[in-house]
Structure formats: structure tokens, C-alpha cells
Design a protein around this ligand. Structure first.
Ligand SMILES: [Ca+2]
Length: 185
């Protein structure tokens, strides 16, 4: 049995090697390129950025940007208000602060999961956030800034579907597409 397993593993390894050895454009010629491919390529130019799957770029430890899969429409939220709550909020993994470029948890998503203050200019995400899910655990508050002023904050498990309808806590207007820095926790 062990031999059979080893042989199988070897076959799998060989197949994987073949897949890696295939021309890089083989996949893209089979399917039309993701509408987000240019944004992905732009992010990959950042120092230390690496692609960890077709739709996800890891920017630094604790920070990834995920683009909608090709079979999902960019504007179509997969959320359903009547759906039972699961441990993930809107697809945002437990422990993460997830920020979406579009309303209704859609479009490109930046996930941060390490405490600290981040300039979103470093992540290709300034002035873009239109919805978020704070799925961190414990008593933590995330703080959102525009030009150094805190204009929004949210405790763990809070979320907003459309920031067009939210007003800055300092009275400076709507908060949609304004956040340029965030203190995760
Ligand atoms: Ca936006």
C-alpha cells in the first residue's frame, strides 16, 4: 500500500511539474482575462508583492487584496440578509478587517489582519473603500482616516454595506471613497 501511495505521489508530482512547465499564456488563452488583471499586475509591481492565487495578491505579511472571481459579476453582491450568520462575515475570514472597493461587499477586497496603522496608498487602496466587514475578534475598534482625521470607526463584527450613506464623525460629509489610512486594531 505504501508503494502504491508513493507511486501515486510521484505521478501527482510529475503532473504538477508538467503544469508548471506549460507556457504561462496557456491558461489565459483558454479563458478571457480577468477584468481585474491590470489591477493585479499593477499591485504585483509593488516591492514584495506576490500572487498567491488567480485572484489574490499578497502585499505584505498580514495584507492581501482579493479580486472577484471571473464568474462573479463585479457589482453583484453574494450577500443575503436572510442567510444565517456563519463565522465568516460576507466572506471575510474570522480575524480579518475586510474592505471592499465597491458597495455591498463587492469589487476588489483588501484584507488586513495585523494590528497597526496602515497607509492605504501602500496597498493600492486609497479613497476606494465603499463597504467593509470588521470580522476581528475580541474588543477591538478599527479606526478609519482621511487626511489624518479619523472620520469613521467600527468595533469587531460591525460592518457597513454602503458607505455612501454614512457620514463622517467629524461632520465632514459622506465617508464613501475617502478612507486613505486605517488603524486595524
Ligand atoms: Ca469605492
Amino acid at each position: 500500500m505504501r508503494i502504491v501511495k508513493a507511486a501515486l505521489a510521484a505521478t501527482v508530482a510529475a503532473t504538477a511539474l508538467l503544469a508548471v512547465g506549460a507556457p504561462a499564456n496557456a491558461q489565459s488563452s483558454a479563458a478571457s482575462p480577468s477584468p481585474y488583471e491590470q489591477q493585479i499586475q499593477d499591485l504585483l509591481k509593488r516591492p514584495g508583492a506576490e500572487r498567491i492565487d488567480a485572484n489574490t495578491v499578497r502585499l505584505t505579511e498580514g495584507a492581501t487584496v482579493t479580486f472577484p472571481a471571473q464568474n462573479q459579476s463585479a457589482g453583484g453582491a453574494s450577500t443575503n440578509a436572510s442567510a444565517p450568520r456563519t463565522s465568516d462575515w460576507f466572506g471575510c475570514a474570522v480575524g480579518n478587517l475586510c474592505m471592499w472597493a465597491d458597495a455591498e461587499m463587492s469589487g476588489a477586497r483588501l484584507d488586513l489582519w495585523r494590528c497597526g496603522t496602515y497607509s492605504l496608498f501602500n496597498y493600492g487602496f486609497p479613497d476606494r473603500m465603499s463597504s467593509y466587514s470588521n470580522n476581528q475578534t475580541g474588543y477591538v475598534i478599527s479606526r478609519f482616516y482621511d487626511g489624518g482625521a479619523e472620520i469613521l470607526n467600527e468595533g469587531a463584527t460591525g460592518y457597513r454595506r454602503n458607505l455612501y450613506y454614512d457620514w463622517a464623525i467629524d461632520g465632514s460629509g459622506r465617508v464613501d471613497n475617502r478612507i486613505d489610512a486605517v488603524k486595524v486594531c
